[in-house]
Design a protein around this ligand. Structure first.
Ligand SMILES: Cc1cc2nc3c(=O)[nH]c(=O)nc-3n(C[C@H](O)[C@H](O)[C@H](O)COP(=O)(O)OP(=O)(O)OC[C@H]3O[C@@H](n4cnc5c(N)ncnc54)[C@H](O)[C@@H]3O)c2cc1C
Length: 563
């Protein structure tokens, strides 16, 4: 059965955070636009991707969501903690530890609640979200100014006409795959994850005898337990999973209304009959070139690394696995080799954002935040293209190059982070290196309007930082290859990487010391230092198309000169 096609200015495939943020931003910028989001799911449901950074929380707030609402719904996250742990480290308290704080208070989000909150906000600003609409790309037509999306729905086929299509379909990458431009095999440096949800995990804050005192309770950091094959994440979550869809949506609609009185979490729970509980998300992420165990299944990987890494044994001691907390979710979930990307990001009348464009790795929580950087940039470019009446692929060359550049930068940064697990001091050096560039360019403490400098990735794209990052990557890679040629991974120890540390300190040590104030790590971990970061002045995007950089790096260097 066919109904009459519906006409829209912009159609978005996928009601995940990136599709929703994109649509809300676009609608707020241009209220006259008719925007629709299509999602194949029945309603927002459970997804992985729980730990957020400032860039993402700011994006949420910039849509009108109050910070207090995030505080009521989610568990607080004040930063990222890194423990170096190996078979010789007997417990967390004595493991080398490094902490960085997020720019402002962020959150560990349960995705059904987070995505539903954005849906409530999208509805409020006048964006339609159509659930149970699966876009069928093979039966659709893609053409600048005249796209026609064929959707499968429970009531039969529906056609949606749209001048422009934004693919925010996450790992499905509907258009990336349709145009055979999606690359997920033969990607070097792959990682895989196994994860599960637990209750009765012992709060880290109850451990006795920490060497240093962190500014916030250790449970309020996403904790990373790092070892040479990979790392473990530790994320406390406030779960509203037992609330029905209707009750949850009623509560979120209430909270999305700007002047609704702010109730406590318990009052909200009672008023809307939405029970909540404390659970933990714990996952292991493993380098595919170093781990042999995940092939035997996610549970086997958990048991193996729990035995091998004493700090993980302590963490999971007494914890109770949740077997059926989320529907259609195995007690031990697994996602293998998840690094993937689309080789073509734009086409005539369409482009990709978020995970539909690429996904690299959860280490240091960059997924949602990197995605926001694509969604926000896409809004700016599409507004310009609509004004000019030019929706052809060539109009989006700059966006295409930006996303490719972002991917290259994040990919290199991610490999550096994994290679830093070869030596405890490399973890802190690499963290400080990243902090200098991201804090040096962050946009102070502000919520609206959102700017490119509000994305955590912004500073990392600075050409000067990229040059330094390349040097760091090269040193680490050369050392890893050389040590790897001498001894198998099981036999490698931090002392094998002393020369790497020496070379790294020579290459970037001076730069890091010069900008000590931008890396407020645990030793001098004061809130004021974060706010004093010299970042207020950045008003507009400085990112320069790589092809133009030689001739047109003025604005980039102006900023870069400051760090
Ligand atoms: C193991 C693991 C751990 C992670 N941890 C973190 C973390 O701690 N922090 C973080 O920031 N990120 C993390 N991520 C990444 C994070 O999950 C993603 O970056 C994020 O979910 C991407 O959001 P999105 O909006 O692009 O896509 P999604 O949230 O995947 O949304 C895509 C939507 O498109 C819909 N869709 C798909 N196909 C169709 C179709 N044909 N028609 C209509 N609709 C369709 C889907 O139903 C879905 O709702 C992690 C990822 C993995 C694999």
């Amino acid at each position: 059965m066919y109904s009459k096609p519906m006409n829209h200015d912009v159609a978005v495939i996928g009601a995940g955070p990136q599709g929703l943020l994109f649509a809300i931003w676009l609608k707020r910028e241009r209220p006259s636009l008719n925007i629709v989001i299509l999602d194949r799911a029945e309603s927002p449901g459970h997804k992985i991707g729980e730990s957020t950074l400032s860039g993402f929380c700011r994006a949420m707030r910039s849509t009108g969501i109050r910070h207090e609402v995030l505080q009521r719904l989610f568990y607080t996250k004040n930063g990222l903690g890194f423990f170096y742990s190996d078979t010789n480290t007997s417990d967390l308290q004595t493991a080398p530890e490094y902490i960085t704080e997020t720019f402002d208070e962020t959150f560990q989000v349960e995705r059904r609640t987070c995505d539903s909150l954005l849906v409530a906000n999208a509805n409020r600003v006048g964006v339609s979200v159509l659930w149970h609409h699966r876009v069928k790309p093979n039966e659709s037509v893609f053409s600048a100014g005249a796209n026609r999306l064929e959707c499968e729905t429970p009531r039969g086929r529906v056609a949606i006409n749209a001048r422009f299509v934004v693919d925010a379909s996450g790992p499905s990458s509907v258009l990336g795959r349709h145009f055979s431009r999606y690359c997920e095999s033969n990607v070097p440096f792959q990682t895989s994850a196994a994860w599960a949800y637990f209750k009765n995990v012992k709060w880290l804050n109850q451990y006795q005898g920490w060497r240093n005192t962190a500014e916030f309770p250790r449970d309020e950091y996403t904790q990373h337990i790092c070892f040479k094959e990979g790392w473990v994440w530790y994320i406390p979550i406030i779960s509203w999973q037992k609330a029905t869809d209707d009750n949850l949506m009623e509560m979120l609609n209430y909270l999305a209304t700007p002047d609704s009185p702010m109730l406590t979490r318990d009052e909200l729970s009672q008023k809307f009959n939405c029970p909540y509980e404390q659970i933990w998300s714990i996952g292991i992420v493993l380098r595919s070139d170093r781990d042999q165990v995940l092939a035997q299944g996610p549970q086997a990987a958990f048991e193996h690394y729990k035995r091998k890494i004493p700090a993980l044994t302590t963490l999971l001691d007494g914890a109770e696995i949740l077997k059926d907390h989320y529907p259609n979710h195995n007690p031990y979930a697994v996602r293998k080799n998840f690094r993937r990307f689309a080789q073509q990001i734009t086409g005539d009348g369409w482009l990709l954002i978020g995970d539909a464009a690429f996904f690299i790795d959860p280490l240091r929580s960059p997924g949602l935040t990197g995605g926001v950087a694509t969604a926000y940039y896409a809004v700016q470019e599409i507004l310009g293209a609509l004004d000019e009446g030019n929706l052809s692929r060539s109009r989006f060359d700059r966006y295409e190059a930006y996303v490719q550049d972002l991917f290259d930068m994040l990919e290199e940064q991610n490999q550096i982070a994994y290679m830093s697990h070869n030596h405890p001091q490399a973890i802190s050096l690499v963290r400080r290196f990243g902090e200098v560039s991201s804090r040096g360019h962050f946009n102070g403490i502000c919520d609206e309007p959102y700017q490119m400098a509000d994305t955590n990735v912004w500073g990392h794209l600075c050409p000067k930082h990229r040059q330094r990052q390349r040097i760091v990557w090269k040193i680490m890679r050369e050392e890893e290859v050389e040590v790897g040629a001498r001894s198998p991974i099981e036999e490698q120890e931090p002392k094998d990487y002393e020369r790497m540390m020496f070379r790294l300190r020579q290459a970037v040590g001076g730069h890091l010391d010069l900008h000590m104030s931008l890396t407020p790590y645990i030793m001098h971990n004061k809130r004021e230092q974060i706010q004093l970061s010299p970042t207020k002045a950045i008003a507009k995007p400085y990112w320069v198309h790589p092809a133009q950089r030689k001739h047109n790096v003025r604005s980039a260097n102006l900023i870069a000169d400051r760090i």
